[in-house]
Design a protein around this ligand. Structure first.
Ligand code: NAP
Length: 320
């Protein structure tokens, strides 16, 4: 398969593993390294048969149209919001993603954010590092997390993994998605809310874990934020666009929301500066799945899908 031309839209990962493995097994083009994109396209557009992308730089309609012989888009992510799936379907281009292998790490990240905001872990760390413990004494008490009401927006693979972890903390689980999952609700005693606002009014922390679509963009709006309220928290490990960020910032600055744990932002890597000085906000640079173990599993799945496609075998995780 060394002659099959694969173009990566961006580095995809801080690790070199995915790039090295594609380079070993296919003919790799690193699109972001070509200063003159026009020259690159003139010389190579016709030979590219696969695109590997991620959530930073996906494959929109314009990109897909640049490559007349494109057969497959294999994304190094479970989220598909940066890929024009309709265009791919129209053109008979296959699409694969990396579900399941990243679920544990993203759920772990959600738990870390919940614990960090309830127990003020980062604020306490800053307090010790600044020398304030010695000069100012003990910090104020924090809020217990165990036993709290956790509302999950999107009880899919990641949402369910968060629920299982929160159950172990004795939390009461509720969820909102397009339909009630009666088998889960009955077996696990999870409460289903058909309205996000109602769930937000009945939880201590709302965790966003759904897929980003035109329907879920800004699903967390002012009404939802106000329903969570000044004693509640919002954790987002989905996508930045799930939350109306201007409303989130306003609510945090005005004290209408208790706090937030955010792995994702609307205009990454730009983050609203108003959040920088808020002690009740914990922010991560979109690292939900970023561990060595999961990075390798995701890379192996991307490559296994490419190999299956070019060997004319069934795809492992087909989307289109
Ligand atoms: P999944 O299994 O497909 O779950 C997606 C969930 O979204 C489903 O429970 C679905 O519920 C819900 N949903 C879809 N449309 C909805 C709507 N209109 N209203 C309410 N809920 C809706 O996907 P997953 O593997 O759990 O991944 C979920 C998302 O996490 C990804 O799409 C991605 O954006 C994000 N993610 C983030 C990171 C990170 O690093 N922060 C890493 C990986 C993934 P119903 O079908 O029942 O409506």
């Amino acid at each position: 398969m060394e002659n099959v031309c694969v173009m990566m839209t961006c580095p995809c990962s801080p690790s070199s593993y995915l790039k090295e493995e594609i380079d070993k097994q296919f003919k790799l083009f690193r699109y972001w390294e070509f200063a003159n994109k026009e020259d690159f396209l003139k010389a190579n557009a016709e030979s590219i048969r696969a695109i590997v992308c991620n959530t930073a730089v996906g494959a929109d309609a314009e990109t897909i149209d640049l490559f007349p012989n494109l057969e497959i888009v294999s994304t190094f992510s479970v989220g598909l919001d940066k890929i024009d799936l309709v265009k791919c379907k129209e053109k008979g281009i296959r699409v694969t993603n990396t579900p399941d292998v990243l679920t544990d790490c993203v759920a772990d990240t959600a738990m870390s954010l919940m614990l960090a905001i309830f127990r003020k872990i980062c604020e306490h760390d800053r307090y010790v590092r600044s020398g304030s413990w010695a000069t100012k004494g003990d910090m104020e008490l924090t809020t217990k997390f165990s036993g709290k009401r956790v509302g999950i927006l999107g009880l899919g693979r990641i949402g369910s993994a968060i629920a299982r972890r929160a159950e172990a903390f004795g939390c009461l689980i509720s969820y909102h998605s397009r339909s009630e999952k009666s088998s889960i609700s009955n077996a696990k005693n999870y409460k289903y809310f058909s309205s996000v606002v109602d769930m937000a009014s009945n939880c201590d922390v709302l965790v966003v874990a759904c897929a980003l679509t035109s329907e879920t963009r800004h699903i967390v709006n002012r009404e939802v934020i106000d329903a969570v309220g000044s004693k509640g928290y919002i954790v987002n490990i989905g996508r930045g666009q799930h939350i109306d960020e201007a409303e989130l910032v306003a609510a945090l600055v005005e004290g209408r929301l208790g706090g937030a744990g955010l792995d994702v932002f609307e205009k990454e890597p730009e983050v609203p500066k108003e959040l920088f000085n808020l002690e009740n906000v914990v922010m991560l640079p979109h690292v939900g799945s970023n561990t060595w173990e999961t990075d390798k599993d995701m890379a192996d799945l991307v490559i296994a899908n490419l190999k299956a496609h070019f060997l004319k075998q069934p795809l492992l995780t087909p989307v289109v």
